[in-house]
Design a protein around this ligand. Structure first.
Ligand code: PA5
Length: 337
């Protein structure tokens, strides 16, 4: 498949600007969805994602989004090993943008041995040589993390088919995201303003339920694009541990960034409000970022698009290149992989 001609793969801001278009660019072959429906009919015990870094996050998005509807477990593995509970009644979705990631190749080879049904998503490399399994072909030339909208737009319909659920139409989401991004400054703030507030601070993104993977994605984007330290955590769990760490911060300038949903159930809403209040009293000056959208999926994608742009704006402010991942390459080189 070819990318739209306006896409410049070596320009991260251009890629983030095209996030909405990338959601509706990839056409999944009907044979893949047919195969997924067949797997569903045969009876499945679960779906396990294999992948690392930018290639793994779509699995977390699908898991969080479908947690209420899916009757089968969805797990995400970021390791050399395939969990032992994954057997021939599971479907494994192995994703590696490059197709050469050591950990993913290893867990994929274990999945081959257990006889699990396998679907592969890659742009090339060794994984593209796997002729036994259906392959969703990604376009070459992007950074894996910039391919999230492409990957997710294929992952979600496949998982929905595997779980026997109605398939999401991604065409309308492009329009939703474009409209929302035109009014970011009215309902949120500008990405530039948020990026400025991160200077000299270490953001900790805190989400709950469907916004928990968005918090994790934001942390990874700040690490890789902005070359800056960031963390993530999840409510209600962090109310039972992390909250104590701010009693004595020893001058570390943590900036809690709460990712709020308009669809929060009362108990979660109350926890966010009280946690904000307490962090504020502890002198932390937390930020609330409220997602805007009619559905959980819209909220996830709108906020991801916004925070991806924050990471690129922060890279500009810090004068670093958001595309290069020199240290990741150096490490792979030192490990001889
Ligand atoms: O965003 C990145 O560049 C990394 O997080 C990669 O996704 C990670 O190193 C795994 O590589 P790949 O996505 O090619 O499997």
């Amino acid at each position: 498949m070819k990318l739209p001609s306006s896409i410049k793969p070596d320009n991260m801001k251009n890629l983030v600007n095209h996030f909405p278009q990338l959601l509706s660019t990839l056409q999944i072959e009907s044979s893949i969805l047919d195969a997924a429906r067949e797997f569903h009919k045969d009876g499945l015990n679960g779906i396990c994602f294999l992948g690392m870094g930018g290639s793994s996050i779509a699995g977390n998005y699908a898991r969080a989004l479908l947690s209420k509807e899916s009757k089968i477990p969805i797990s995400v593995t970021r390791d050399y090993l395939l969990p032992t509970y994954v057997d021939d009644k599971w479907v494994v979705i192995a994703i590696s943008y490059s197709g050469n990631t050591e950990e993913t190749l290893s867990s994929l080879s274990m999945a081959n041995e257990t006889g699990s049904r396998i679907i592969i998503m890659t742009s090339g490399g060794k994984m593209a040589q796997e002729s036994k399994h259906p392959i969703i072909q990604l376009p070459e030339g992007l950074q894996p993390r910039a391919a999230l909208p492409l990957i997710f737009s294929a992952v979600l319909p496949v998982v929905e088919s595997l779980a026997g659920l109605k398939i999401t139409d991604f065409q309308y989401l492009e329009e939703v995201l474009v409209n929302k991004s035109n009014t970011w400054n009215e309902w949120l703030s500008t990405p530039q303003e948020i990026a400025e507030s991160f200077i000299g601070k270490t953001p900790i993104f805190i989400g709950s339920r469907h916004l928990a993977p968005v918090a994790y994605r934001a942390k990874c984007q700040i690490n890789e694009n902005s070359k800056a330290l960031a963390f993530h955590s999840e409510l209600p769990e962090s109310n039972h541990n992390e909250i104590e760490s701010f009693v004595k911060t020893n001058g570390c300038s943590i900036l809690p960034v709460f990712l709020r949903s308009g669809l929060e159930p009362t108990k979660i809403n109350r926890r966010f409000d009280v946690t904000y209040e307490m962090y504020h009293e502890m002198g932390l000056n937390p930020i609330n970022l409220s997602a805007s959208g009619d559905t959980r999926l819209e909220e996830m994608l709108v906020l991801t698009h916004f925070l991806d742009m924050v990471s690129v704006d922060l890279a500009e402010l810090r004068d670093v290149n958001p595309v290069s991942v020199e240290k990741i390459h150096e490490l792979k080189h030192r490990l001889n992989i």
